[in-house]
Design a protein around this ligand. Sequence first.
Ligand code: G3H
Ligand code: 13P
Ligand code: ZN
Length: 326
Amino acid sequence: MGDAISYKDLGLVNSRELFRKAVDGGYAIPAYNFNNLEQLQAIITACVETRSPVILQISKGARNYANETMLRYMAKGAVEMAKEMGGDIPIVLHLDHGDSFELCKNCIDSGFSSIMIDGSHLPYDENVALTRQVVEYAHTHDVTVEGELGVLAGIEDEVVAEKSTYTQPEEVEDFVKKTGVDSLAISIGTSHGAYKFKLKEGESVPPLRFDILEECEKRIPGFPIVLHGASSVIPEYVALINQYGGKMDGAVGVPEDQLRKAAASAVCKINIDSDGRLAVTAKIREYLANDPGEFDPRKYLGAARKELISLIKHKNEAVVGSAGKA
Ligand code: G3H
Ligand code: 13P
Ligand code: ZN
């Protein structure tokens, strides 16, 4: 890695002010994962066009895939691109599911403005200690920190959680006080990936545990809460994927009305990755099936990017409610 660089020199912001406004305004800031150029272009284009603040998320896996130096310059490029488009929107560069102090420190030193330290799999006291250590370093650099209490079912980056453990509301106040985190991810029934609920024939998706969310809110009033695993696994994309040679039977996500309800509460950050992956895969499959002779990646990646732009605009406008808030 080269010399340490501050996110402020890249034109990025931390999440503090965005979350305060989102909690007060009853909407959420969307956090979209990216791994490549087309995803980043789509996120920026859609957020500028809808005048939405945005959190660009990079997982450990994305960082390994895309190269950390490349990512730093991509984030800088995203800020410049937004400005050129005439939309000076607030852009946060966030580490998704950081799993060690060293990784978090490395990201802070290489231009991230926000960090998640996910100690949710650790015993409570170890989660507190690790999160506290990250907060101490991050805050000396004016970087904001997200912690997590409770475990989501599904795949959390490289850690596989077989079963979800809902957040215990009795713990949140103590955790926030002892760690000094700026926001808290909680587990209320969402999970990562495209297979969030196992439904039998005729069954519908069970509602999220809004009772747990309310209990948490009561104990830490106005404190920014984060929802992971918030893709809706849009059925049209799953159908396209299956129509054009894919196999994604039983893929199901969180209904949009539940996410709207969450966004209106103290949930101020909603994480969406899988829906973007589905949109890209559906459009590439469709494109190549209809034009099997095409071999210019700009053609099929361009079609995927176009779809991603309309998906993200839809999320900002009709799901998280961040459109017009930049
Ligand atoms: O929470 C996980 C995100 O969807 C990132 O996934 O670790 O495969 O990049 P990834
Ligand atoms: P989804 O898999 O539901 O998109 O969740 C993404 C996420 O929580 C990233 O941290
Ligand atoms: Zn997540």
